[in-house]
Design a protein around this ligand. Structure first.
Ligand SMILES: N[C@@H](CCC(=O)N[C@@H](CS)C(=O)NCC(=O)O)C(=O)O
Length: 181
């Protein structure tokens, strides 16, 4: 089944991915999908804490990635990838601001939303892996982020990081690099 069925029934009227179909329960928006999956299938609440303040910080970080960093990443990378345009320096600066914010959010903590790994780390690494693969920014210049990036890749390695996250990130990164370099 695609985003639009042959019958004309749409599983996402916005025609966007990701969309989850969990036994007929259909829901879109990456942050909502992740929360639903944790609430429904996780063994405990560590990936999405129940403590109100920890939950608020986790959600803030997830929405920061989805509503602030991701649009800036797409804004910078889509023109070169889809239309063969030269990268726009101003859009690159906007994305770099978001990278810097993430570096500051991590701060001295081990993870994006504090000292335990949460769903915020998973959504964040999907974006950072794509930015890394684009080769357009020196992520080592953001030490908190760079150390966290190594940590999260290691933490997710046995959960299929290469197949689930790196493969797609490398594909987009390569498409960008092919135009730019
Ligand atoms: N806020 C949405 C954004 C989804 C989104 O932008 N999806 C892109 C691909 S990553 C898409 O399907 N774009 C096609 C379109 O907008 O027509 C989420 O986090 O799930």
């Amino acid at each position: 089944m695609g985003l639009r069925c042959k019958s004309g029934n749409e599983i996402n009227p916005l025609h966007q991915i990701p969309v989850l179909n969990d036994g007929g329960f259909i829901i879109s928006e990456s942050v909502v999908i992740m929360k639903y999956l944790v609430d429904t299938y996780a063994k405990d609440d560590t990936l999405f804490p129940k403590d109100p303040r920890k939950a608020a910080v986790t959600l803030q970080r997830m929405l920061f990635i989805s509503a602030y960093m991701f649009p800036r990443m797409v804004g910078y990378m889509a023109g070169p990838i889809l239309d063969g345009e030269e990268p726009d320096a101003e859009k690159g600066q906007k994305l770099e601001e978001a990278i810097n914010h993430l570096n500051n959010f991590i701060g001295d903590n081990q993870w994006v939303a504090g000292n335990t790994m949460t769903a915020a780390d998973i959504i964040a690494v999907s974006n950072i892996a794509t930015i890394d693969a684009s080769g357009a920014f020196d992520l080592k210049a953001y030490p908190n982020l760079w150390q966290w990036y190594g940590r999260i890749k290691e933490a997710l390695s046995s959960a299929g990081y290469n197949e689930v996250i790196k493969k797609g990130a490398d594909m987009f990164g390569k498409a960008f690099k092919d135009v730019v370099h």
